[in-house]
Design a protein around this ligand. Structure first.
Ligand code: UDP
Length: 474
């Protein structure tokens, strides 16, 4: 009697991002990249986020039609629609409730969909560790932060041991940190990943450091970066996580893959806000590399006085600007109206939400005033746009340090918000030191493109990741 070898079942990957814009964006790009490779994908969102995706992205249905093996599923996040914390500054409440109560919901999906591999947002800590063991399936953690931040988080216990942490107040901010291997003499206290603008205590930093330790406990780790950009940090991380796949910048990886396969469909969009496309027409009317694009991402809150400083700095620089001020970002009644009325079409444009990748790749954009969120940083890197950084929290403090002092892609305002500084930095990046920043930006943009093209590091690592997912499916 012939004994047939047991047929391997097709892998089915469950992807579960944290319900925040900067997490859903890159993880949906990864989902699409895997779907192109004919892998079954269940993309899991909270109901609250899924409703927004449906509301603000016309092409979600087309995406499902394009990839029959891709499906969306939703779960509750344990918050009522009326009292929902949202996906901004209070998204931590949603992460907490999912981390505490989400396990049975994940288990149901693993069983009903016959999941063979979980790609879990590492911000959920050990949410799926027991489940993966129980079902004998692979667990891959995906972190949406930069590798330099990941490595700084991993170094927190050592910094505490060496008394380099905690930071002793405002007067301690310029002290140099010496015990993050690979970054000696680069980081000041103020450049460490930080939550001090949203919370005075160090407890969140401890928590973020712990989550990062937990990210090492999966079978593999994915980072949205590329080897040439962060190789010293990556070498350090690999000592703790040998199965590390760097496959970014994911948005560029997806666009390049689609271009080389001459796919006619555009890449998936996952806006949480209504996109205002009128800015694209306005950009068309602006001279080459003349506009400062200003956006502080989806979470950063702003005080009225900070908005006013930035606005005056931009006006005084005499460079036209395109500024994203999200709905509800300005609490002060009348301030937004005042800004809009004072911003004539010649001076600039204020909008609620833009198609950022498209904006950054527009020929009229000369610089990006950014909060240094990791997605925004990568999107700017890919387009070769120099940056002026005003970080708010988490990895943004260290990302902005790397932008200014390692990659030399621009300037870091860091903890200062002053109209004169804004004006001077805009002029330095757009005029006085333009050439040096544009040169580095172009060089790094080329490296980014090379990494996601056939034979490049992110391209090869992605092939290895697919191979790994296929070979470990039961
Ligand atoms: N974004 C966008 N339109 C906007 C502002 C932001 O599409 O008007 C996108 C941006 O392209 C990026 C994401 O929102 O992919 C923000 O992520 P990031 O990591 O930069 O910052 P976060 O929102 O997590 O602070």
């Amino acid at each position: 009697m012939d004994i047939q070898p047991k047929k391997k079942s097709l892998p089915h990957v469950l992807i579960f991002p944290c319900p925040a814009q900067g997490h859903v964006n890159p993880m949906l790009k990864l989902a699409e990249l895997l779907a192109i490779q004919n892998i079954y994908i269940t993309f899991l969102n909270t109901k609250y986020i899924h409703n927004r995706l449906i509301q603000f992205n016309d092409d979600i249905q087309a995406l499902l039609e394009c990839y029959p093996k891709l499906q969306f599923k939703t779960i509750s996040d344990f918050h009522s629609e009326e009292k929902h914390p949202g996906f901004g500054e209070k998204v931590g409440d949603v992460i907490l409730s999912l981390s505490l109560y989400g396990k049975p919901l994940l288990k149901d999906i693993i069983v009903s969909e016959k999941i063979s591999c979980i790609i879990l947002d590492g911000i959920f800590g050990d949410l799926a560790t027991d489940l993966a063991a129980e079902f004998g399936i692979q667990l891959i953690h995906f972190r949406t932060i930069s590798a330099c931040c990941f490595w700084a988080y991993l170094s927190v216990p050592k910094l505490l041991e060496c008394n380099e942490l905690p930071i002793k107040g405002d007067e301690d901010m310029d002290r140099i940190i010496r015990n993050v291997p690979g970054m000696e003499n680069l980081l000041r206290c103020r450049d460490l990943p930080s939550f001090r603008k949203m919370d005075d205590s160090d407890t969140i930093l401890d928590k973020a450091a712990l989550l990062t330790q937990q990210s090492l406990k999966g079978n593999a780790l994915i980072l949205n970066t590329f080897e040439n950009l962060e190789s010293p940090a990556l070498s350090q991380i690999r000592l703790h996580a040998p199965k590390l796949y760097t496959i970014g910048p994911l948005h560029h990886h997806l666009n390049t893959t689609k271009k080389t396969s001459s796919s006619s469909s555009s890449s998936s969009k996952s806006n949480f806000f209504e996109v205002d496309r009128t800015c694209m027409t306005w950009l068309e009317s602006q001279p080459l590399k003349s506009v400062v694009y200003v956006s502080f991402g989806s979470i950063t809150p702003m005080k009225g006085e900070e908005i006013i400083e930035i606005w005056h700095g931009l006006l005084n620089s005499k460079k036209p600007f395109l500024w994203v001020i999200r709905p509800n970002m300005v609490q002060e009644k009348g301030l937004l109206k005042e800004l809009e009325e004072g911003t004539t079409k010649e001076k600039g444009m204020i909008v609620g939400w833009v198609p950022q990748e498209e904006v950054l790749s527009h020929k009229a954009i000369g610089a990006f005033l950014t909060h240094s969120g990791w997605n925004s940083t990568l999107e700017s890197v890919v387009c070769g746009v120099p940056m002026i950084c005003w970080p708010y929290f988490a990895d943004q403090q260290i990302n902005s340090r790397f932008v200014s002092d390692v990659w030399k892609l621009g300037l870091d305002m860091k903890d200062v918000c002053d109209r004169k500084v804004v004006e001077n930095m805009v002029n330095d990046v757009m005029v006085n030191r333009k050439e040096e920043f544009v040169r580095s930006a172009m060089d790094i943009a080329k490296l980014a493109s090379k990494s996601v093209s056939p034979g490049g590091s992110s391209y090869n690592n992605f092939q290895d990741l697919i191979q790994y997912i296929r070979s470990t499916s039961p």
